[in-house]
Ligand binder design. Structure first.
Ligand code: GTR
Length: 323
């Protein structure tokens, strides 16, 4: 065998490795929630399925706990394709894709079951498609259940008057600032990661979220009253960078879609268990759960549903008609 030929043969495995590496895709998935959180667990299971079914062409790596940045930063990174996938609250999608604000309106869903029926049905798919078809450069694949949001405060809120003048943190969406104004408080927009110290230093008097977030992000340490207003029931889309999506084969796209939908149904079982366990832990840690008459909160926020919902009157009616 001549020398040149030997070299060629020796180089073959290397060339093969390089070419398969060039085709391989690593999905970096960003989560602001910590390891073990229901969304994280369901998304990891989804990632495992993608890896297995793609025969190693796609690998999946979860980055929990906000290590890749705040939700807003991560969304921007996903839009440009530096991060391939994330789950994000619909709250912060609203300012960029206003159509999704229908789901962001206070008391638009009657209860958890109503919300789940909507996200599992055609309206849920329509809202995902609105994100995908916007200029957001993301493909929205499925919904995670983000539970029901209630108020937590440093001083008790036993009726809507108690909320007057309180500074309450909300997600960065003008709709939520308006919602707080309507309920008599001052809505202060900030990232999730800033809430803990803002509560500790008294920059805010409270925030609003579901029991798992209140617990896992340690907000309960400086807010001992949890008022069950149930003003928001927010689903959270799993999104993929459109650049990443476009780099997938049709078969791979179908796979990602399928396993994301499976994650949608799997996560809610984890969610229900985690939510119940979180409530117990919060109570054990000295948080007082306050039941309130929701009607004054519902009535006070009617102008918000009118202001943001007027142009979606048909959709609002279709949502209300889902029994
Ligand atoms: C959580 C949600 C997060 C984030 C957070 C917040 O319930 O899962 O995506 O939006 O609330 O209020 O910042």
């Amino acid at each position: 065998m001549n020398f040149k030929r030997k070299l060629l043969i020796a180089a073959l495995p290397l060339a093969f490795c390089l070419s398969s590496a060039a085709n391989a895709l690593e999905i970096k998935f960003a989560e602001i929630h910590p390891a073990g959180y229901p969304t994280v667990v369901a998304e990891e299971a989804m990632g495992k399925k993608i890896e297995e079914a793609s025969n190693g062409d796609i690998t999946f790596k979860m980055f929990p706990g906000g290590v890749l940045g705040s939700e807003k930063e991560v969304v921007e990174q996903t839009q440009i394709g530096a991060i391939q996938m994330t789950r994000v609250s619909l709250g912060i999608v609203g300012p960029v894709v206003p159509d999704v604000n229908v789901f962001n309106m206070p008391f638009v869903f009657r209860d958890r079951e109503h919300m789940r029926k909507i996200i599992d049905g055609e309206i849920g798919q329509e809202i995902l498609d609105k994100i995908t078809n916007s200029e957001f450069n993301l493909v929205a694949l499925a919904w995670m259940d983000g539970g029901t949001r209630n108020l937590y405060t440093k001083k008790p809120v036993r009726n809507i008057e108690d909320l007057k003048g309180m500074k309450i943190r909300v997600m960065g969406n003008p709709l939520f600032v308006d919602m707080m104004t309507a309920m008599g408080a001052n809505g202060i927009a900030m990232d999730t990661g800033e809430i803990f110290s803002a509560l500790q230093t008294g920059v805010i008097d409270g925030a609003e979220n579901n029991p798992p977030t209140m617990l896992e992000h340690n907000h309960y340490q400086n807010a001992k009253y949890y008022t069950l207003t149930g003003h928001l029931i927010l689903p959270e889309p799993i999104v993929m960078s459109k650049d990443t999506w476009n780099s997938l084969s049709a078969e791979q796209q179908a796979l990602v879609k399928k396993v994301a939908k499976e994650a949608q149904l799997e996560e809610r079982k984890l969610w229900d268990a985690k939510s119940a366990a979180s409530e117990e832990k919060l109570k054990a840690a000295g948080v007082e759960f306050i039941t309130v008459d929701k009607k004054p909160f519902y009535d006070a926020t009617a102008p918000i549903r009118e202001k943001y919902g007027a142009q979606y009157a048909d959709l609002m009616k279709r949502i209300a008609d889902v029994k």
